[in-house]
Design a binder for this molecule. Structure first.
Ligand SMILES: Nc1ncnc2c1ncn2[C@@H]1O[C@H](COP(=O)(O)OP(=O)(O)O)[C@@H](O)[C@H]1O
Ligand SMILES: [Mg+2]
Length: 233
């Protein structure tokens, strides 16, 4: 257990089609914290998460993991240690849930793969943790949106990340599974994982610290973000 990766973003700017999508974003998430990124649709949450995950290079500014700058070209060594759960899941629909989760393990360096058990057993264990043990052998296309969301989370967690970024991770879940996944995500810091969640789910965001609020690609002052969270209690 490493205690999680400390994440910083400095002066992040990104333009698309001639207009700013992210502008002067600076934030820090300490190792082993669970941060939330809130804001209306179109405010830039998904774009910022993709930049923070090291998949998209900003036009200006830098992302650092434990003080080390990361860019898409140099992201390789972080594979497995830094995982992004996409809003659109990105699962292969004609493979089973377990096969999708196993693929994440196959993509890892040999040193990071589980040794004591088969990759399939590790995949089943990760699916069990998100309440999907009984659906392991179903094709993804046979699963509901909420079940697919949980498969995507299992696929990210199976690699034992030190930083997990998740885009609207509870958006499609029924109340019982929302509670289960909220508890799972917010329990990760105690297991040495830094967590960053983009979310509209106020029950989730108000339990996160720090809290960042985006509006039109700009971070609102910390006070405003915290005040918004408190007002929702
Ligand atoms: N590749 C792109 N080209 C042009 N505009 C984009 C691109 N990606 C995102 N955007 C725009 O950036 C803004 C922020 O989008 P997004 O990050 O998806 O916001 P959120 O996740 O908060 O809903 C939106 O206005 C979206 O249309
Ligand atoms: Mg989004």
């Amino acid at each position: 257990m490493t205690g999680g990766i400390a994440l910083t973003a400095d002066g992040i700017g990104l333009r698309r089609s001639g207009r700013p999508i992210l502008d002067g974003i600076g934030l820090a998430v300490g190792a082993g914290r669970a941060a939330a990124l809130t804001g209306p649709s179109g405010s830039g949450k998904t774009t910022l998460l993709t930049v923070l995950a090291g998949f998209q290079r900003p036009d200006s500014g830098a992302i650092r993991y434990d003080g080390v700058e990361v860019t898409p070209a140099e992201r390789g060594p972080w594979t497995g240690r830094v995982q992004l759960v996409h809003q659109a899941f990105g699962l292969l629909s004609l493979l089973t849930a377990a096969e999708n989760v196993e693929l994440a393990l196959q993509g890892l360096d040999r040193a990071r793969r589980p040794r004591a058990r088969s990759l399939r057993d590790a995949a089943r264990e990760a699916l069990d943790a998100v309440g999907l043990a009984a659906r392991s052998d179903n094709l993804v296309e046979e699963l509901s949106g909420g079940e697919q969301q949980r498969v995507a989370l299992a696929r990210a967690l199976v690699t034992g990340p030190d930083l997990l970024l998740a885009d609207e991770p509870t958006a499609q879940l029924d109340p019982a599974n929302r509670e289960r996944i909220t508890d799972l995500l917010l329990g990760l810091p105690a297991a040495g994982v830094t967590v960053v969640l983009a979310t509209h789910d106020e029950e989730l965001s108000r339990r996160c610290d720090p809290l960042f609020a985006l509006r039109d690609g700009v971070l609102e002052p910390a006070q405003a973000a915290a005040g918004r969270g408190a007002a929702d209690l």
